[in-house]
Design a protein around this ligand. Sequence first.
Ligand SMILES: Cc1ncc(COP(=O)(O)O)c(C=O)c1O
Length: 368
Amino acid sequence: MSRSWVEVDLGAIAHNVAVLAGAADGADVCAVVKADGYGHGAISVAQAAIAAGATTLAVAQVDEGVELREAGIEAPIWVLSEPEPHEFVATAELGLQPAIYSEHGIEAAAAVGVTAPLTVHLKVDTGMHRVGAAPADVVARARSIVSADGLTLGSVFTHCAVADEPTNPFTDQQLARFDSALGELAEAGIEVPFTHAANSAGTLVVPSARRDIVRVGIAMYGLAPSPDLAEVACEADLRPALSWHSRVSFVKRLAAGNRVSYGQRAAVDRETTVATIPLGYADGFRRGLWRDGSVLIGGKPRPILGVVTMDQFVVDCGDDDVAAGDDVVLIGHQGGSLISADDLAAKLDTINYEIVCGISKRVERRYR
Ligand SMILES: Cc1ncc(COP(=O)(O)O)c(C=O)c1O
């Protein structure tokens, strides 16, 4: 029996894909399943998303694309970062379609393309300043691609840095830089089959970012791209697909004055029942949650007592009747109570993306 498992509702994934396709206003949907489907399990999510109408999948790294192909997934798969030169053979052989933006990346792709043709997607850095060709280099890069035997320019795209901040004018500036680069390509006579710029936030709230296809990650998993967009996500009826579960492994009464866990930081101020939960930070339940985190047992929040350790932590259940084997919810509903990925993120001063991506391989994934 697993000590801890996440349940992924594939019906929610399918529902969210349909919601986002509606929001995308006629654009196609690319389902972003990098980082093992944001912790939800890339293969199952990819299959559900494609069945629900997504036309394309996206991963961050070649090995993530290999995993999908080995699972028999035949849909187009984009690799959002430029592969390392030695990865282009596998990329081409498996029909993965990489992002490309550097001259040496194009050379490496072209060398492989001679025997195994590749479709590549040219990324423009319009302000994120992570990766991408500078706007001034876009025409030269596109020329290198279209003049290489065996390379096809699949699309030109960019990535928005602040689309999740609806009042931030920088998204418009990025899109203006993108349009200017596209204009230069048109003037140079380079045909661009399609373009894309929207992530989840862009899809939901930036109509001008919705080009031919939208690349949706977090919203497909039913989570808001930022607290600013929580209401938008709720109104759109996005449904969180993931819940996280465990069972109480051990229960005891502790007298007032006892202190709990490493560092003995938390004191029990009255006699109380404490329950041990058999997972810890090695499972992705972050140590910092000890300060004001809780879990649900018997439909009620139970505060964490003492630091979360690598494999276990302890919660305070007061005088309630709690027994080994009782169901524990770490993320999700129990009775009338809810702990969301956003709640954990707020306590840890991070974002919901980091919470779900951080649930480790130790934790079994179950699918509904
Ligand atoms: C290039 C690119 N496109 C799309 C996405 C999906 O973003 P989101 O999960 O905010 O929808 C990501 C994720 O970081 C990305 O790196």
